[in-house]
Design a protein around this ligand. Structure first.
Ligand code: SF4
Ligand code: SF4
Length: 225
């Protein structure tokens, strides 16, 4: 129906308007006061009604899946970048704002799976998150840091590798669900590798036993021609 979207939108606004006073009245009837605890609940991501946040003194906590500019994950256990400079993120980035330079082994001049340079132009990035979605190594994630305002675009908003890199402990802190999934995947991969190694070792042992059996006098070994 023509205009149904406008009516629906107005309905949402009206709902927020009414909820604002309902929430405030609830506080009055409970004999509550406008203290920090109340405001933390009142201005959280699940708050109902209309309210004003006195930014920057007050800040709303962002949800886990909130995304702004990507960052590179540094593996603190292995003490190395997780990025292998495969270039997939740069290929899928819609506005093409990622530049990667691979590391080359100075002796052989062959590529090493580590980025020598990794640059993202934060003024072009549209925070779509496709780079993080497509990275096969969980090496790039979307950051929660949105306070990037500056007067100098080229000197501060073209992020180099050092600016983009953050430890995996930071990733675990802001994306606990994603981090738990990664740990589970790693444990599952380790279990499969151990199974494969055990199967290969058993196969090798069986072959060695068979060869030893055949080498015995009267065994299956054929005499040399
Ligand atoms: S961040 Fe991921 S997708 Fe991008 S180059 Fe590094 S490993 Fe490849
Ligand atoms: S979030 Fe989107 S636009 Fe930004 S670097 Fe990643 S793929 Fe490119």
């Amino acid at each position: 129906m023509y205009g149904s979207g406008i009516i629906k939108g107005m309905g949402v606004t009206l709902k927020h308007f009414v909820e604002t006073y309902v929430e405030d009245l609830k506080l009055v009837f409970k004999g509550g006061r406008y203290n920090d605890k109340y405001m933390a609940e009142r201005q959280g991501p699940k708050a109902r009604g209309i309210f004003t946040v006195q930014y920057p003194e007050e800040k709303l906590p962002v949800p886990e899946n909130f995304r702004y500019i990507p960052f590179l994950v540094f593996d603190t256990q292995k003490n190395e970048d997780k990025c292998t400079s495969c270039g997939i993120c740069a290929k899928v980035c819609p506005p093409q704002c990622i530049w990667i330079v691979r590391t080359n082994d100075p002796k052989t001049n062959r590529p090493v799976p580590q980025p020598a340079q990794f640059t993202i132009d934060a003024t072009i990035c549209m925070s779509c998150g496709l780079c993080a979605e497509f990275c096969p190594f969980d090496a790039i994630k979307m950051d929660h840091d949105y306070e990037l305002s500056t007067f100098e675009r080229f000197t501060t908003l073209v992020f180099d590798k050092a600016r983009l890199t953050k430890p995996d402990t930071y990733h675990a802190a802001i994306h606990p669900t994603d981090w738990a999934r990664e740990l589970q995947d790693a444990a599952e991969a380790a279990r499969k590798d151990a199974e494969k190694a055990a199967a290969a070792a058993a196969k090798k042992a069986a072959a060695a036993a068979k060869a030893a059996e055949a080498a015995k006098p009267g065994g299956e070994a054929k005499p040399a021609a």
